[in-house]
Design a binder for this molecule. Sequence first.
Ligand SMILES: NC(=O)C1=CN([C@@H]2O[C@H](COP(=O)(O)OP(=O)(O)OC[C@H]3O[C@@H](n4cnc5c(N)ncnc54)[C@H](O)[C@@H]3O)[C@@H](O)[C@H]2O)C=CC1
Ligand SMILES: NCCCC(=O)O
Length: 500
Amino acid sequence: MAQLLESMPGASTGQVVVTDHLNFWGGCRVKPKDGINAEPVHEPATGRKLCDMFPCGKEEVDQAIQSAHTAYLKWSKMAGMERARVMLEAARIIRERRDNIAKLEVINNGKSITEARVDIDVSWQTLEYYAGIAGTLAGQHIQLPGGSFAYTRREALGVCVGIGAWNYPFQIACWKSAPALACGNAMVFKPSPFTAVTAVILAEIYKEAGVPDGLFNVVQGGAETGTLLCNHPGVAKVSFTGSVPTGKKIMEMSAKTVKQVTLELGGKSPLIIFKDCELENAVRGALMANFLTQGEVCCNGTRVYVQREIMPVFLEEVVKRTKAIRIGDPLLENTRMGALITRQHLDKVLGFVSQAKKESMTGTPHFVSNFICNSTSMYSNIDNCTDDMTCVKEEIFGPVMSVMPFDTEEEVLKRANNTTFGLASGVFTRDISRAHRVAENLQAGTCFINNYNISPVEVPFGGYKQSGFGKENGQVTIEYYSQLKTVVVEMGDVDDYFNC
Ligand SMILES: NC(=O)C1=CN([C@@H]2O[C@H](COP(=O)(O)OP(=O)(O)OC[C@H]3O[C@@H](n4cnc5c(N)ncnc54)[C@H](O)[C@@H]3O)[C@@H](O)[C@H]2O)C=CC1
Ligand SMILES: NCCCC(=O)O
């Protein structure tokens, strides 16, 4: 893989072929056991086969977990500052190789190179951030009567499993592994079978930085491999990013051995634009809320509620700007929207758009399509649409923005909260009191005021309702990758309670 990265600078769409093994445990890449059941991994921009992915079976999953356990025994005994030094070195290497990792991410995921570079920057920042926290992990001292006392130790959980989605392959692996490793855990990570290529690069970088062999492992596969991981008795925790139906299965499987679970699931988030907003920012915010990574972002604000008085001017601007988005080869510097993950996903997204056309009796749909590189950009503005339309209720996970008028704050809050999802939300207004009142009353894990889709690593990220629970990023995530042990110390004699 190192060789592949070296050959990346000149790489262009349609050229790269990956032949290296994509599994990694015990400190090295591992050849698939049988070399059968190959599943092709495609380059979204061309539909061309990029490599074969061989799903790991029971024996391989056992090996990866065993290797993680061995490393955990060593790593968890190191001081936080020692772990921090290794993680900072890994962050440095990612930063140094940022452009090449970003290119490979584009080739496997289809997003624009500009965005991929940001993802890789977020990735090394995540390692830096949790390296900073590793050295600060500590317990408490609690004074008890008679000079006795208790103290708490913040301890690692053990072997944690990370299961990733395909929209942010490298970044998700970092969002999960950085807090896990900072707390002294080991990790077995399973990327999505659609984006099998870049997680193993992270594994190599951790090794190069000096983690014990087996600390961060990669097993390839889909639902079957994921099931083996979630049912495994040697696993203490599962952190999952993906869809709501899969999240429910993960919880069920993890319950059998009472594994801790973090679920980062889907969303259908509301973005509320009041008539007193700064319109230019609101339009830019709506685009940020809908079109990053071709709309394949879980926290996107895909239900855009616009106060009726400004609807015509908002629509005119947002349609104009959407039509101007440069769709194309994702490796070109000026491209701003690349390719959807697969042809099947593109068809699914287009299906939502056709359905919206059928369901809209009085609305005006606007669609902009461009099939360069298997990609499409669609803007759907359906005036007078009802909240029960399919495109307004269901997560599309593609570049489709649904815009609806509203009249009052009370009404829009009720409509915004009328969903089983609760990942994110947003509000544009110049009225500071209204902004905070709306943020308080929206039932979602994040509310963006006067911007959208800003997720630096210092800020906790995670959902309400069926969008999941547990957080990623921020200091609080330490709580989800560690446990507190209480030690009670007697300094006097034990009471003669039973014989007095
Ligand atoms: N809240 C968040 O942070 C994010 C949520 N998502 C959500 O993910 C979805 C899109 O991602 P997909 O990869 O299509 O989701 P998915 O749920 O189909 O798959 C996600 C991961 O779970 C694995 N998996 C599938 N079935 C499994 C099973 N039975 N046991 C264990 N693992 C299993 C897959 O192989 C993949 O690695 C969207 O709904 C999106 O909203 C995506 C990114 C971020
Ligand atoms: N930059 C936010 C990424 C959220 C997601 O994983 O979809």
